[in-house]
Design a protein around this ligand. Sequence first.
Ligand SMILES: O=C(O)C(=O)Cc1ccccc1
Length: 344
Amino acid sequence: MDGRRETHGVRDGRDADRPLRYAYLGPAGTFTEAALLGVEGAREAERRPVSSVPVALAAVRAGEVDAAMVPIENSVEGGVTATLDAVATGSELRIVREALVPISFVLVAAPGTALADVRTVSTHSHAWAQVRGWMDEHLPGADYVPASSTAAAALSLLPGAGAEPGFEAAVCSPVVVEQHPELEVLAEDIGDNRAAVTRFVLVARPDAPLPPRTGADRTTLVIPLWEDRAGALMEILEQFATRGVNLSRIESRPTGNFLGEYFFSVDVDGHLHDARVADALMGLRRVCPSTRFLGSYPRADHKVATVARHHSDGAFREAAAWVAALQGHGDPGPAAADGGPGPA
Ligand SMILES: O=C(O)C(=O)Cc1ccccc1
């Protein structure tokens, strides 16, 4: 490098001299912070803890930070609606990478507290949803107080944290206990699903550079569907099916405007620079002109998409050249080496 700072794909090189700034759901010790710390360069960057996903994304949109790390999907509860809704509406944003974080929970309390003293538990709503089985068994009837994050709930139990928290225990990440060993650990590994994983995405502004194609990529789209007619969803899905584009997630969310007005939040296997994905996007644009492209980025699990020969880049190239030649607009060129069906 020429002495300038690396921009890690979240902004272009124009103001590369200042450190990168990231927003995340804080305070330190949240699962979101763990996802962010896995991003190359994030430990040296300026990290701004915020109180919610919409606040994090508003900071990106306002240019106060370069990107925000937000949860998008967890293996137990499915899509994170606060994130799906916040990226689907408002000014455009771009997902530039994803991170997978294994989730394990501990139950903590103020020093000297016993499990028998616990009547009320606080944590983030996603965490609460993932420990309900343990709670029913070990703390039946415990009341729940929602918190802005797991770490926020735990830190308010520390001696000297301020006003009485209104709960005796909190569910959080073991990382919070490493940072605050004075917390009393009442139980460990209390998640109902030991293999729980949350997928986070790093969201930047739309002028962020498009991450290069790796062959193991994901593309996220928002497809509004408010044409109330038979077959409208089928017509959208056909755009993917006929081009061999696999969907890895599809969720419908209300737009919030009228009852019955929905958008689909969709992840597909592949990159904008894969011909089959680009062609599906062109089809979608015709069927649903307000489709929103949220980004193409490498999959954290490096899973390579399976692509049939007739959906390969070469097949699309050869077919386009054939049609252009028929139209008299160009030279068909040599048939693609990587597998176009070719003339009979
Ligand atoms: O509150 C946190 O620590 C978060 O980062 C949100 C969250 C909570 C539970 C599982 C995944 C993310």
